[in-house]
Design a protein. Structure first.
Length: 254
């Protein structure tokens, strides 16, 4: 049996996703996944990667009529000056396969990066939800929270007054964190009884918000940009209410 502290290796994860594990190993792996969020995210990422790779392969497969025209042209007698550049059919097949692989790898890398970012966001939020979590700053006063970040971040940001927040939305605290390898402000809000984790980073970091999935494991991930800042929020609250909070934060970044 796989212990929680003994995470399945990459081969086991891939075999589980491909439905190739023996029945007893499959049962033990499923039991482990039920108690280990880290490995559950790994499996989800592997499943999404497999689907995206298959989709990329279908998108860039040449149509039969295109292949027929290319094959006919390759079989035709080439001009003398072009003879040294002509391809045999087998060579064309190798070239097409190489091009397809290169395009698929580009798509795979983009999907892998976006899945990694989504998993990182979810981990940040789950850490906030942990009973043992305690942010460095516990305060609903923006005049306490904002100054705490001075000297700790290479950028500044603004926070709205409490009466400018959406109904039943409260700032609970803040902390310093890292996202995609860059320093970020972590803000903790509640909307009704739902916890919300908000990250603020510099837009110049090159993070493409459109690449991040809008939902992950039952949580909503929404984002916006404002005055060279990127605002990313994670919660299980109603997506429309999450957007209201993001809009309130975006309005004061000018």
């Amino acid at each position: 049996m796989i212990e929680t502290s003994q995470h399945p290796g990459p081969d086991t994860i891939n075999a589980y996703v491909d439905l190739e594990l023996p029945a007893d190993e499959k049962r033990d792996t499923q039991q482990h996944l039920g108690n280990c969020h880290f490995c559950a995210v790994r499996v989800l990422s592997a499943i999404e990667l497999k689907a995206a790779t298959a989709q990329a392969g279908r998108c860039f497969t040449p149509a039969p009529e295109v292949m027929a025209r290319l094959t006919a042209r390759l079989h035709a007698e080439p001009r003398p000056v072009a003879r040294i550049y002509s391809f045999r059919p087998a060579a064309w097949g190798s070239l097409a396969a190489a091009v397809l692989l290169a395009v698929s790898l580009v798509g795979w890398n983009q999907v892998r990066h976006s899945n990694t970012l989504a998993a990182e966001l979810l981990d940040q939020h789950l850490a906030v939800l942990s009973a043992d979590a305690a942010p460095q700053v516990i305060s609903s006063d923006r005049h306490t929270v904002k100054p705490w970040f001075q000297g700790r971040l290479p950028f500044s940001f603004n926070l709205p007054e409490s009466d400018a927040l959406p109904p039943d939305t409260t700032l609970k605290g803040a902390d310093l964190t890292y996202f995609d390898g860059q320093p970020a402000a972590l803000l903790i809000f509640t909307i009704h009884k739902h916890q919300v984790t908000v990250l603020l980073t510099r837009q110049e970091n090159g993070l493409v918000l459109a690449e991040i999935p809008k939902a992950r494991a039952g949580f909503t991930i929404h984002s916006a940009t404002a005055n060279h800042l990127q605002i990313i929020a994670v919660s299980d609250v109603n997506p429309a209410e999450l957007d209201l909070l993001i809009a309130a934060l975006a309005r004061v970044q000018g």
